[in-house]
Ligand binder design. Structure first.
Ligand SMILES: [Zn+2]
Length: 271
């Protein structure tokens, strides 16, 4: 059984022992992770990590829409980085629309407008450079991000850790985009319901580490191995074998991000 964590922020200081993190993951069949950046510095860090762990770490460059401390200069820098390092990247992400941060900003309208302008620009870049997009667009932001994807003619995208009104989800799926779920699916009804609605060939699994989870994961550092438990839960919900969930979601990840499956490390035996 081979699984891919399609969204883990491996640059995080919580992953100081990255060889250990990847080793634990391989023990559960999670042989590789797609690693999205969120800023100029984290993007470059991911290039180093990908070089150090070929086949196990697949980098994306991004600009996190909720990080209001990032400047316009940072944004321009990320755009330049994406062009410069295109050949080393498997995607553009994490990018998207500000949503949660709007609650703490004094000027909601201006922040939302800046976020929209930046996403529009980034999606244009994705189309131009033929990069798939890992989107942060929760709840009401999903419908708007979907509109921007269509406007920019982006052919390949995933709505990462998806949660949105049913109508938005339906349109995303009809357009052929992917949706991913996190370990939250193991304990939260909302995510379980979503899995029922998403066809297996449009579903991806991710940890979104180091974001902390509740339920059985309370108090634990989120790591890619947890994707194996998400796979088990999806199997239970869909009423199929976990091996089939692994097989299909791994092929989805390879299709979306253009990963060469023959380059993935082997899982560790004895699980
Ligand atoms: Zn993320």
């Amino acid at each position: 059984m081979i699984l891919i964590d399609t969204h883990c922020h491996l640059f995080s200081s919580e992953y100081a022992d990255l060889p250990g993190v990847l080793h634990r993951a391989r023990g559960r069949g999670v042989v590789a992770a797609v690693a999205p950046g969120v800023s100029p510095a984290t993007n470059l860090r991911l290039l180093e990590l990908a070089r150090a762990h070929p086949g196990a770490v697949w980098p994306c460059f991004g600009f996190h829409p909720e990080h209001l401390f990032l400047t316009e200069q940072d944004f321009q820098m990320v755009c330049a980085q994406v062009r410069e390092h295109r050949a080393a990247l498997v995607g553009l992400g994490e990018v998207g629309l500000p949503y949660y941060c709007l609650a703490d900003t004094p000027d909601v309208k201006a922040t939302a407008e800046t976020g929209r302008r930046r996403l529009r620009h980034l999606l244009g870049l994705a189309t131009e450079l033929d990069l798939p997009v890992a989107l942060h667009a929760p709840h009401e932001a999903a419908a708007e991000a979907f509109g921007l994807l269509r406007e920019a003619d982006v052919p390949r995208a995933v709505f990462h850790w998806h949660k949105a009104p049913e109508e938005a989800t339906r349109r995303i799926l009809e357009a052929g985009y992917f949706i991913s779920v996190t370990p939250e699916v193991c304990y939260r009804e909302r995510d379980g319901q979503l899995v029922k609605e998403v066809p297996l060939d449009q579903l991806l699994l991710e940890s979104d580490g180091p974001w902390p989870y509740e339920g059985e994961f309370t108090g634990m550092t989120t790591e890619p191995w947890m994707v194996s438990l998400a796979a088990q839960t999806v199997a239970r919900i869909k009423g199929i074998a976990v091996g089939e969930v692994a097989d299909r979601t791994t092929r989805n990840a390879a299709r979306l991000f253009g990963l060469n499956l023959s380059r993935l490390p082997a899982p560790r035996g004895g699980r």
